[in-house]
Write a protein of this length. Structure first.
Lengths: 180, 650
């Protein structure tokens, strides 16, 4: 995880479609009546896939908190990321049920298939691999999720073919899903 | 019956008849279904129905709990048997639609079970092994209704409990009903729900909160999420009833970010309640007003703890707060709050509707009602069962769960989700023999489910345990241990030392309320902080000699956060100093000077009134090393005096 630094000297880009503008809109359009630092951060990350400096700054302005306070919250929860995610996300559950029913061989197989050492992004920026402690579908263990679509009763072969499928569906367009 | 409810019920009944007057296909989606392709099946059903040009209603429902058979398609055709199909693949949908929806004849070779009807060669739903012995209260609508359609909920008796409470029961009577039902918190601590509500009801504040905890972080637990995605209205109704019984004004449902299906369905349900006058300034046309919303939290296991949860709702880091003050006095946004698990609140509508006696007749004497158990792992029928308390683990695993899929003997069983002290991570051998010595949290076959807050949480260990106090091994004195009847030590833990009053302590400062009046809730919190440091340093006393002084100094400083004489902290520091002195006598090299030094660290200017071992020697008039004069002993400086001092220094 690298910290997001402010692009010093760069003009503040507030044009429509810029990160700042998108973050602001996401923060303003939250469905819940109660808006907090945390809910704003979640909304911004849902929109952008990660939290760039602009998002932190927008959250601090919209909630009236200092940037430090916003950072304190953002750095506490492990589901926030501060670098742009890969185009697709793959999550593997390694909770107890999935472990009992064979998540480890799948996990190791996928890691070596992607050429990774563990969690992380592939070098070509196509896949972000993440371990999850429980995806919440234990009866269908072992479970994975591909671009936030749950898949249960997995095998290694099935997992590899699903990974290749989302990768091949990647025609250079930004297929990144909203959640990072 | 309120007029609003009457109108709602009338409309719902008409809608229910309308739904049953033509074919109705229900597909179990949500987390459970989606993971095994229910969305593809749903798309196939829509396509097949459209292609056939038949008038049929297609609904997305939650899960029936029979997760081994997902995706499940439930087909109702007027005047024909209703059948649930299990493990449906998209390519089988065509046959089901053609033969059952259009032809009216169930496809027996694909059928899982028939519902409310007999079909030759197909078992009845309630006779499936997994359904036998289930008593469905919280899950009564799971898999039956569209979780976003308020009419379907009302048609199955929804909101009649709320209506009964609002029209024929006072708030006290509603509270009594829940108290008498014997309902205990399903989150893990098994505390009496009625009593907990009573704490909040006793607080006269105008704005109070009911928090519904769906921060279900335990791996292997999926029942809260299932309730929310299968029947969120039950939770909403339970939350409003809790609000009515306790005089609360707001409800917040707290869900982990990322579980889209429960979040979306709960939001939709809340919106539907607002649209139909069930939530808002006038609940069902009465004077009672109640608002609800969904609050999301990032991934954080500890956020399930109630005060950490309140921090997260306020948008901060989910770190637990010190208690007291307890949530019923100082909760979310500083307002009195009550936190219940989703399951706990989901029982409230049926308790009010059918009465406390009905509920307490289910289960055992002290653990009334039902438990929702999540089965997963190497088991034939993984899924969700709602069973009355008192059933054995064997009944559930071997009976409802179908045992091991390959006919092998069950080797290891982990119970959890409801057991922090005894059950957490409690692996268990299930061989029928007694668990081996030292197998932490082991569960024997035949252990019973119960939740009376005394012994185990979900699983009772049959051997009685006893508590012993004393020094064990190398531990200092103030410890207790829990010993099983066969002599196996299950747990050793420090216990709080008895509070010995300070000689200069008149007791006037005591009590949470007193502290709050004088210093506000935060003052009470700081004072408590210091007190705990003091007690802890006493209870865990043994430390290397040379480091003791440094350690104690550090603690006192740490307790004040380096700030200067904070009102409300002073007394705590004094107690602390007394403790230090007491311990200090036994540890050379610290002594009074060191302690005074340490004490000065917590504010510098706060004179120590007396140390216990000085036998109350009057040190009035003595000069402190910093040249200030001590106040006379027993003379309690006023709070204002303290404040002035603090300001002067600041």
């Amino acid at each position: 995880m690298t910290t997001t630094s402010r692009p010093h000297g760069a003009p503040d880009d507030a044009s429509p479609g810029s990160l700042r503008e998108r973050a602001r809109r996401a923060i303003e359009e939250q469905p819940s009546p109660t808006v907090t630092v945390l809910s704003s951060l979640l909304a911004a990350q849902d929109e952008l896939g990660y939290l760039p400096y602009e998002a932190i700054d927008e959250v601090s302005m919209c909630t009236g908190s200092s940037v430090n306070e916003v950072w304190a919250v953002a750095s506490f929860y492990p589901n926030f990321r501060f670098t742009p995610p890969a185009r697709h996300s793959v999550e593997i559950c390694w909770g107890p049920t999935c472990h009992v029913l064979g998540a480890q061989p799948i996990l190791q197989g996928i890691v070596s298939h992607l050429g990774l050492d563990g969690e992380g992004d592939t070098e070509d920026g196509s896949i972000s691999l993440k371990y999850n402690t429980c995806l919440g579908v234990c009866p269908h263990a072992p479970a994975m999720s591909f671009d936030h679509e749950l898949a249960g009763r997995m095998s290694l072969d099935e997992a590899v073919s699903r990974v290749e499928r989302i990768r091949s569906g990647d025609d250079g367009a930004d297929g990144r899903t909203s959640r990072g | 019956m309120t007029e609003a409810y009457e109108a709602l019920a009338k409309r719902a009944s008409a809608r229910w008849d309308e739904l049953h007057a033509r074919p109705w296909v229900r597909v179990g989606t949500g987390l459970m279904g989606e993971a095994v392709g229910a969305l593809e099946v749903l798309a196939a059903v829509r396509e097949a129905v459209e292609k056939a040009g038949v008038e049929a209603t297609i609904s997305e429902v939650g899960t029936t709990g029979l997760c081994y058979a997902e995706p499940i398609v439930d087909v109702h055709v007027p005047d024909r048997p209703r059948v649930r199909y299990g493990n449906v693949r998209p390519e089988q949908v065509e046959a089901i639609v053609q033969r059952h929806v259009i032809g009216g004849e169930p496809v027996t070779e694909l059928a899982l079970a028939s519902v409310d009807s007999n079909v030759p060669g197909v078992p009845r739903f309630e006779q499936l092994p997994m359904m036998q012995g289930q008593v469905r209260v919280a899950l009564r609508n799971a898999g039956e209704i569209d979780p976003t359609d308020i009419d379907q909920y009302v048609a199955r008796g929804g909101f009649s409990g709320l209506d009964k409470a609002l029209t024929s029961l006072t708030t006290e009577q509603t509270l009594d009903e829940v108290k008498n039902s014997g309902l205990r918190g399903r989150g893990g601590a098994a505390f009496s729900t009625g009593m907990k509500w009573g704490f909040l009801a006793g607080n006269p504040a105008p704005q109070k909160y009911i928090l519904c905890n769906c921060e279900e972080g335990d791996p292997g637990a999926f029942n809260d999420k299932t309730i929310l995605e299968s029947d969120p209205f039950t939770l909403v109704e339970g939350c409003i009833i809790a609000g009515y019984a306790t005089g609360a004004s707001n409800g917040i449902v707290f869900i982990r970010h990322g579980h889209d299906s429960p979040i979306d369905r709960t939001r939709a349900a809340i919106q539907a309640c607002y649209d139909n006058g069930v939530l808002g300034p006038s609940v069902l046309g009465t004077e009672f007003s109640f608002d609800m919303e969904v609050s999301l939290v990032g991934e954080s296991y500890v956020a399930g703890e109630e005060t950490a949860l309140m921090e997260a709702i306020e948008g901060k880091r989910s770190m637990p707060r010190f208690r007291p003050p307890f949530p019923a006095a100082y909760g979310v946004w500083g307002r009195p709050s009550n936190i219940n698990n989703i399951k706990t609140l989901s029982y409230a509508p049926e308790i009010v509707r059918r009465g406390a006696e009905w509920f307490s007749s289910i289960g055992t004497e002290k653990s009334t009602g039902t438990a929702i158990a999540c089965l997963s792992g190497d088991i034939r029928y993984p899924g969700l069962v709602e069973v009355p308390f008192g059933l054995t683990v064997h009944d559930i695993i071997e009976g409802m769960g179908g045992g091991e899929p390959n006919g092998k003997a069950l080797k290891f069983l982990q119970t959890g989700g409801g057991g922090r002290r005894r059950g957490a991570g409690g692996g268990g051998r299930a061989g029928g023999a007694a668990p081996p010595a030292g197998a932490g949290g082991a569960v024997r076959h035949g252990a019973r489910l119960r939740r009376d807050g005394r012994g185990g949480r979900d699983v009772r260990l049959r051997r009685p345990h006893r508590l012993q106090r004393g020094a064990f091994g190398r531990r200092p004195h103030a410890h207790a241990r829990r010993v099983r009847s066969d002599g196996v030590v299950r747990e050793v833990f420090p216990v709080q030392a008895r509070h010995e009053p300070h000689p200069g302590d008149t007791g006037a400062h005591r009590g949470r309320e007193g502290a709050q009046q004088r210093h506000g809730p935060d003052g009470a919190r700081r004072r408590e902080h210091a007190r705990r440091f003091a007690l802890r340093s006493r209870a865990t006393g043994v430390q290397p000699r040379g480091e003791r002084g440094a350690l104690l100094r550090q603690r006192v400083r740490g307790a004040t956060g380096g700030r200067r004489a904070i009102p409300g902290f002073v007394r705590g520091a004094e107690v602390h100093a007394a403790r230090c002195a007491d311990v200090g006598r036994h540890a050379d090299g610290v002594g009074e000077a060191g302690l005074r030094d340490a004490h000065r660290g917590c504010g510098g200017s706060t004179p120590i009134l007396a140390f216990p071992h000085q036998g109350g020697r009057d040190r009035t008039g003595e000069q402190e090393p910093d040249g200030r004069q001590r106040p006379s002993r027993g003379h309690r400086r006023t709070r204002d005096g303290n404040r002035t001092e603090a300001r002067n220094e600041g």
